[in-house]
Design a protein around this ligand. Structure first.
Ligand SMILES: [Zn+2]
Length: 293
């Protein structure tokens, strides 16, 4: 009996030790060059976009606060100019966590109206947070930035990953940052509680597809850089999942039944189910969202 207890304690200790190690694991900020002026930074959390233009540096998303200094030093290898605009694609903490660290007199934080609203709520619920997390400029439908010969279009897509998503297109550089309206190579997270929906998610991706061409580089919210062909294939997968889950709903299946039906999407589980959203979760998300429509 005593030995079992000791053994259990040892196992528990080992588990905590491994967890602590995983957390401590050093995050390295990797830079991908996507065009003449646009770069993608990967660390932990949402992919960051950096545009270094004629007169302005434009940043999209900022991961977590604890990584801000590392991210700043990675950016300093690309430019010695200050960041003019920091754009949030949506409100999730792995995209806005560094807002207060980057917000300064030189840097204006920009986001959709609903991102501002939800960060106001976050601020109201946590006295320790800095007011500088809040976007200083917000928009409802779209907003355009101009720098030299570059035009940067940012537009809102309704009820996709959340209720405040925006997609950003660098026209001349031909780079599209989709935020979390695209998880390349893995199942998407659709935050239904925050206003996201399957129908809106697919609609947003189709809108993006209309805008781009075969040369466009896509920065997804998570995953490796992508392109039009891959996005089109991804949309086809989401539409197939949607129709399969709809069939189950129409046949009167319950959430539990669909959640437990491992065969339903097995064609995609091995290729797309190894990320943050596992096969069971994707069945649950699609069922819950489609049931609401
Ligand atoms: Zn997100």
């Amino acid at each position: 009996m005593k030995m079992t207890k000791l053994f259990m304690t040892l196992i528990i200790c080992l588990c905590f030790f491994t967890m602590a190690l995983a957390q401590e694991k050093e995050v390295i900020i990797k830079i991908d060059t996507l065009s003449k002026d646009v770069f993608m930074l990967t660390g932990q959390g949402g992919n960051i976009g950096i545009y270094v233009g004629e007169s302005n540096v434009f940043m999209i998303d900022d991961q977590f606060e604890r990584l801000s200094d590392k991210i700043k030093s990675a950016i300093s290898t690309l430019t010695d100019q200050p960041i003019s605009f920091l754009f949030n694609t949506h409100m999730h903490g792995d995209h806005t966590g560094g807002n207060a660290k980057f917000n300064s007199k030189a840097t204006t934080v920009v986001a959709h109206d609903n991102v501002r609203k939800s960060l106001e709520e976050r601020l109201a619920n946590d006295q320790k947070l800095d007011k500088k997390i809040l976007p200083e400029v917000s928009f409802s439908d779209d907003i355009t930035f101009y720098d030299g010969d570059e035009t940067i279009l940012a537009f809102h897509v309704h009820n996709a990953h959340t209720d405040g998503d925006a997609i950003v297109y660098f026209l001349n550089n031909n780079v599209l940052h989709m935020g979390d309206t695209y998880f390349s190579g893995r199942y998407p997270y659709i935050d239904i509680k925050s206003g996201g929906s399957v129908v809106g998610y697919i609609k947003a991706q189709k809108k993006a597809l209309l805008l781009i061409n075969n040369e466009t580089k896509i920065i997804p919210g998570h995953g490796r850089p992508s392109n039009k062909t891959e996005l089109a294939a991804y949309i086809a997968i989401l539409e197939d999942i949607k129709s399969k889950v709809e069939k189950e709903i129409n046949a009167g299946k319950s959430l539990e039944e669909v959640k437990n039906n491992a065969n339903l999407l097995s064609a995609y589980d091995s290729t797309h189910g190894n990320g943050f959203i596992n096969p069971e979760r994707i069945r649950e998300i699609f069922y819950t969202s489609l049931k609401q429509d």
